[in-house]
Design a protein around this ligand. Structure first.
Ligand SMILES: [Zn+2]
Ligand SMILES: [Zn+2]
Ligand SMILES: [Zn+2]
Ligand SMILES: [Zn+2]
Length: 574
């Protein structure tokens, strides 16, 4: 069928949005109605179901072992440890129930979610001495790190793969001995690096590749001893570096202010980070084709409205994280060869499942929770094949006939992702808040759930301003101090009010001659996020004089940065 683009009004923000002809073709193919939320509101709605950083000490509901869980006790009754979750004692069919046509579908699903035990966090195994990690796989000795895979000795980092001995990083791969790297790959012993690759022994670099001993520089390729984008002799460079007194907090502060200022006013920014890809709009896209309005996509094709991170996926719309999946729609963290899953939350290797949570190797399951190797189940109850399809069709019709209406009047029929109030998390605990930060009142007005910070009082022993300026003056007794964070519990940054310095951290900072941190780990996370654009696109013109190229970019039009199209960027930089 030949479709025309159509404008619709978003149920959530009431702005209009366009459904493209190929979108209609996709919805027709998988037999779902077109969306009633705009792409951005859909991204936010899914992100409200992804909490990486907010952790709670809890006990396994089956064996009593203590676990560090991503689910708070006020929104999720029972969590299980990994052994109990995977073991034979767990029987998810105990939660099985008949579908009740006198009640709303989402009400029943909400009850099932709340009454079902859940795996304590998103760990996929082989996590050694890394209790305080989440979205974690194959790690050793990691601490307060999230979305962390194949790492060793990584502290206070998020979205980090195959890295070692590094701290305070965000969105990096294969870095080693690095501090404060953001969107970097392959760096060694480099600190305060942004969007740089394969750099060694460098500080405060932006968009530098294959550089060694460079500092306060940007847009460099294959350089050595460059300071403020000026080539120096080795001796001159070392002298400049010493003058920055980077072992002190005051030295780092002044240097970082300079760095931030040149990022805003002098550095050339490529309109988007898109490599080896055809027909791609979004940001951080590599080796992919036909990508639209998507962010952090690698080795994939035909991906639309999807955010971090997408790997080896095909024909997917509207997801938050897909690793090896095909025809996945409106799902969170789908992986291991899932196929035709719609509206699912952390389902692994499943096929043709809908509205299901935490199911593994299942097929043809509808509205199920925590099933393994199951087929033809509805609300955790088994049916024969014929009964299954008949009942699923009746439920879908029931969802349309008696739709769920939330407190803000948003209507959820078949084809909508889960309503906000079904999220096990508060808005401020999730990726939504990282990317689209809101104050408590704003979130509540929009009808988003909010997590009140647990009342904790710490016996503060030192103000962060009274920490020694230089790491050279930091004694071991710093390890016993409870340091007050200057943001004083600010909810926008999930500030924890106080923090400690860990022994491994102190060793690392001494080795690298970098000062003690002045803020709590959460506040530091939000400070790093300022170097990252939101998953949003604006249509803009190249800022190079005389160039009329236009593009979709994640740099908002009111931002000060110099943003160039690909060809102007290539001319200036390489
Ligand atoms: Zn909207
Ligand atoms: Zn247990
Ligand atoms: Zn703080
Ligand atoms: Zn241009």
């Amino acid at each position: 069928m030949d479709y025309q683009p159509e404008k619709r009004i978003c149920q959530n923000c009431h702005n209009d949005f366009t459904i493209k002809p190929d979108d209609f073709t996709f919805y027709e193919k998988i037999k779902v109605p077109p969306p009633t939320f705009c792409p951005e509101c859909r991204i936010i709605r899914r992100m409200i179901f992804r909490n990486c950083r907010s952790l709670f000490k809890r006990f396994c509901g089956l064996c009593g072992k203590s676990v560090v869980s991503m689910y708070s006790p006020d929104r999720t009754k029972t969590v299980y440890c990994m052994d109990c979750w995977n073991g034979d004692k767990r029987d998810p069919f105990l939660q099985g129930q008949d579908y009740d046509f006198s009640k709303n579908f989402f009400e029943q699903l909400k009850e099932l979610r709340e009454n079902s035990p859940i795996l304590f966090a998103h760990h996929t195994g082989n996590v050694v001495r890394s209790e305080f990690t989440n979205y974690s796989a194959d790690n050793k000795d990691c601490y307060l790190s999230y979305s962390v895979v194949l790492c060793e000795n990584v502290l206070y980092s998020e979205i980090i793969d195959k890295s070692k001995n590094s701290q305070d990083c965000y969105a990096v791969q294969k870095v080693e001995n690095c501090f404060y790297n953001i969107d970097c790959e392959g760096n060694y012993n480099s600190h305060y690096a942004v969007q740089s690759r394969n750099c060694i022994d460098s500080y405060f670099v932006y968009d530098c590749v294959n550089c060694q001993n460079c500092c306060l520089s940007f847009n460099l390729r294959n350089q050595k001893y460059v300071f403020k984008n000026k080539k120096l002799t080795k001796e001159e460079y070392q002298k400049e570096l010493l003058n920055l007194v980077l072992h002190t907090h005051s030295g780092i502060k002044t240097t970082q202010e300079y760095f931030d200022n040149f990022l805003k006013n002098k550095t050339i920014h490529r309109f988007a980070q898109v490599y080896n890809s055809q027909n791609a709009s979004g940001d951080f896209i590599g080796n992919s084709r036909d990508v639209f309005y998507s962010f952090d996509v690698q080795n994939s094709e035909n991906i639309h409205y999807t955010t971090r991170s997408v790997l080896n996926a095909k024909d997917c719309y509207d997801n938050q994280g897909v690793g090896a999946g095909e025809l996945i729609y409106e799902s969170i963290a789908t992986s291991f060869g899932s196929y035709k899953d719609y509206f699912t939350y952390i389902c692994v290797g499943s096929k043709e499942c809908e509205y299901s949570f935490m199911c593994k190797n299942c097929s043809d399951c509808f509205a199920c929770f925590g099933l393994r190797n199951a087929q033809y189940c509805i609300f955790n109850k088994k049916y024969d094949k014929q009964e299954y399809f008949t009942l699923v069709n009746k439920i879908k019709k029931h969802m349309d006939d008696i739709p769920y209406v939330d407190n803000n009047g948003r209507i959820y029929k078949y084809g909508e992702f889960f309503p906000y109030e079904m999220s096990p998390f508060g808005y401020n605990e999730t990726n939504a808040h990282d990317n689209f930060p809101l104050k408590k009142e704003e979130a509540i007005k929009k009808g988003y759930p909010w997590k009140e910070q647990d009342e904790k009082s710490y016996n503060i022993t030192i103000e962060s301003a009274d920490l020694p300026d230089s790491i050279l003056d930091a004694n071991d007794d710093i390890l016993t101090q409870v340091i007050k964070c200057p943001n004083d519990g600010n909810q926008v940054y999930q500030c924890t009010t106080a923090y400690r310095v860990m022994p491994e951290e102190l060793n690392f900072l001494r080795q690298k001659k970098l000062p003690l941190p002045r803020y709590c780990p959460n506040c530091r996370h939000y400070q790093r996020l300022k170097y990252r654009n939101p998953p949003k696109l604006w249509h803009r013109k190249c800022m190079h004089e005389g160039c009329s190229n236009e593009f979709e970019t994640s740099y908002a039009p009111d931002r000060p940065e110099i943003v160039y199209c690909e060809s102007c960027y290539q001319k200036e930089v390489c």
